[in-house]
Write a protein that binds this ligand. Structure first.
Ligand SMILES: [Zn+2]
Ligand SMILES: [Zn+2]
Ligand SMILES: [Zn+2]
Length: 396
């Protein structure tokens, strides 16, 4: 599960016990897309998975049952990340707070974006203080691959049957090229040497199944007279000639239709398919500088990337000036390692630190002081107490 954490900022609030709370659940970017074998599990047509107990026993895939469970990759010992050569960030991390002009411009825009707010306070105010509360967002992305297997079938049209031609490779022995990194994806491929031909379980090999509308009779109730054979005026129904029943429109009177499972072939090619899923698992932590700006606002803005690192397995960030980030990184890397190394294969990891500018602005209007925040590269504004929320009131 992807999580966002809120870190207490111990530098800014000495004496505060560090507290970690889960504040938000984020979805990994993108959606699954299907490639490889076309999905043939739909209700509308095509084969459905045959009952697993009718299937042959394939060495290495015994007791598969309904399948669909993630299969752990073979254990090769715990993977170890490469310890990086010390690369202490040696730049000046603090970027200056925004200018008064930028702060006022952002405030004016904010006031005009609210339909009823008067622009007067934003126009007439004067600044008393601009405080920089820049903060950081740490993000760890772990791109994983998981595999599961499932019996499936397709109509038999004379395809190669390879069940007894060799030994089926293990689910993790099959080479499947991975798509773009850090993007969710899904692929299905048939596992070699698992296929065999079976009679269709749905139609018992007949290739046709009973018409669900007329239940083999080929006739259905006349919709004009509703089966009475007569109209309201007591005339004979001309649509059904007084019989009350007409030819079934669904099967054209045949009483049966082509079996959807085998598409009329009567036989199915049954095989085990390998389902490969790629997922980007995202962890985010934001350092709460206790500026008064609720941290959930920070997750919605962009910042400046000040550190970026991509490896097969990343090493936790060390020596970053804000220790809360070092701790967040250590914890996130450990958690992802524990969570993913036993159930799936980690393909790549990426970690970034973003600096999010936050300025706390104190201003005075009509003799009273107020506060607002300008945050993010977008210069978004947050304030709880705009002094003139209804422009009509000012006329009084
Ligand atoms: Zn009729
Ligand atoms: Zn019918
Ligand atoms: Zn069938």
């Amino acid at each position: 599960m992807d999580k966002q954490y809120l870190l207490s900022d111990q530098d800014e609030a000495p004496g505060c016990a560090p507290s970690v709370q889960q504040s938000q659940v984020l979805q990994g970017a993108g959606m699954f897309s299907t490639g490889g074998v076309a999905s043939n599990q739909s209700e509308a047509g095509g084969a459905t998975a045959p009952p697993a107990d009718l299937m042959d026993t394939v060495p290495g895939y015994e007791g598969m049952g309904a399948g669909g469970k993630d299969l752990p990759p073979p254990y090769h010992g715990l993977p170890e990340p490469q310890v990086p050569t010390p690369n202490q960030p040696n730049r000046d991390w603090q970027i200056p707070s925004i200018t008064e002009e930028v702060a006022q411009e952002a405030f004016m825009e904010y006031a005009s974006s609210k339909c009823c707010y008067s622009k007067k306070p934003a126009k007439e105010m004067y600044f008393t203080d601009l405080q920089s509360h820049n903060t950081y967002r740490y993000r760890l992305e772990t791109f994983t691959e998981s595999r599961s297997t499932e019996w499936t079938s397709e109509p038999y049209r004379g395809q190669v049957v390879d069940g007894y031609m060799g030994v089926a490779p293990g689910p993790w022995d099959i080479a499947v090229s991975s798509p773009a990194m850090f993007q969710n994806n899904k692929k299905e491929v048939p596992i070699p040497h698992t296929s065999s031909v079976k009679g269709c379980h749905a139609c018992l090999g007949l290739g046709r199944s009973a018409c669900p509308k007329c239940v083999t009779s080929g006739m259905m109730q006349c919709w004009v007279c509703r089966g009475a054979g007569r109209r309201v005026s007591d005339d004979r129904c001309s649509h059904c000639n007084g019989i009350g029943r007409v030819r079934c429109t669904s099967c054209s009177g045949a009483g049966s239709e082509t079996c959807k499972t085998c598409q009329g072939k009567g036989k199915l090619l049954c095989f085990i398919k390998l389902i490969v899923k790629w997922k980007n698992n995202v962890h985010e932590s934001v350092v709460d500088k206790q500026s008064g700006l609720p941290t959930e606002h920070i997750s919605k803005v962009t910042g400046e990337i000040v550190f970026s690192d991509m490896q097969y397995l990343v090493y936790p960030v060390v020596g970053f000036p804000d220790n809360a980030i070092n701790q967040a990184s250590a914890r996130a890397v450990r958690e992802h390692q524990v969570q993913f190394s036993s159930t799936c294969r980690i393909l790549q990891q990426k970690q970034t630190i973003e600096l999010i500018p936050v300025t706390r602005v104190h201003y005075s209007w009509k003799g009273k002081t107020h506060i607002y925040f300008v945050y993010g590269a977008e210069h978004r504004v947050f304030t709880e107490g705009y002094p003139a929320k209804c422009c009509c009131c000012l006329l009084l």
